[in-house]
Design a protein. Structure first.
Length: 278
């Protein structure tokens, strides 16, 4: 199992290539970089390197650890600029949630052992970035400006369907995806309300299963565009019985989160204090 840093490497790499690094000067020895308002210390990089080993991989090289820390710092600054900095209550809820629901408690304990009694660093380096990312992803998913193209395309597709054309034709016109999906009978969700904001917990039943059972009539296109954090959808119930619902769908994927975050992070100053990591 590999640690979560690698999918986001492009963020800080892009900043390096675009010339966003403003300086590479001398600072106190414990500080290796300042990214926006976030200071990155050598100790934090050492922790990140050791976390990778706790997951069973090779120790993370320092430059890679810096990129991982930089990505988290950029996300933290973007969150602050949008008023999305996690509250202490949100972080504590997530700490408890991780302890109670971890699917790999042995690995989690190894990660905790990396930090020893430094519980603040465990929270700030290992857990807080996950909360920041979840809040940013939810914000981006439902931000009108970020999703303007998808909204326009799904409305265009709805107009095509309203003219009596097929879902396949509508999807073709707007570059969407037409599909026929089967959903088993829905049961009540079991996601605690306070954790739903983090996208955690049991995600069943599928929202479209609930929609099909409670709001759709066979052969009728649902009168509203259905939206979740991943896509816009036009839906029509084809058939339903006590065990399953068959639904026809036109889907338009929402805008890419990482592309949005890169754009939001443009201009955040990056200052290296350790020339050996440049």
């Amino acid at each position: 199992m590999q640690i979560r840093f690698f999918p986001k490497l492009i963020l800080l790499i892009s900043a390096f290539l675009s010339g966003a690094i403003l300086a590479c000067g001398e600072m106190p020895s414990k500080s290796v970089a300042t990214i926006g308002t976030v200071e990155i210390t050598q100790q934090s990089l050492d922790y990140r390197a050791a976390i990778q080993a706790a997951y069973g991989g090779d120790t993370l090289p320092m430059p890679t650890a810096l990129v991982a820390a930089g990505n988290d710092a950029l996300a933290e600054d973007v969150a602050a600029s949008l008023g999305l900095t996690p509250t202490s209550e949100e972080i504590q809820q997530f700490v408890s949630h991780v302890d109670e629901t971890s699917k790999a408690p042995d690995i989690l304990q190894k990660v905790k052992n990396v930090f020893g009694e430094d519980s603040l660093s465990y929270i700030n380096i290992y857990l807080k970035p996950k909360v920041v990312e979840a809040k940013l992803q939810r914000y981006q998913a439902f931000d009108t400006a970020a999703q303007n193209d998808g909204r326009r395309r799904i409305q265009q597709a709805y107009a095509v369907v309203a003219e009596g054309k097929s879902f396949a034709e509508a999807a073709s016109v707007v570059g969407g995806i037409a599909s026929v999906d089967t959903f088993t009978t829905a049961t009540k969700p079991t996601v605690p309300e306070e954790l739903a904001k983090f996208g955690q917990g049991n995600s069943d039943p599928h929202p479209l299963a609930v929609l099909a059972e409670q709001h759709l009539k066979p052969g009728v296109v649902f009168q509203q565009v259905v939206e979740d954090d991943k896509a816009y959808r036009i839906v029509r119930l084809l058939d339903r019985n006590s065990e399953r619902s068959i639904v026809e769908i036109v889907s338009i994927a929402k805008g890419d989160y990482h592309a949005w975050l890169r754009k939001r992070a443009e201009g955040i100053p990056i200052v290296l204090h350790d020339k050996n990591l440049a």
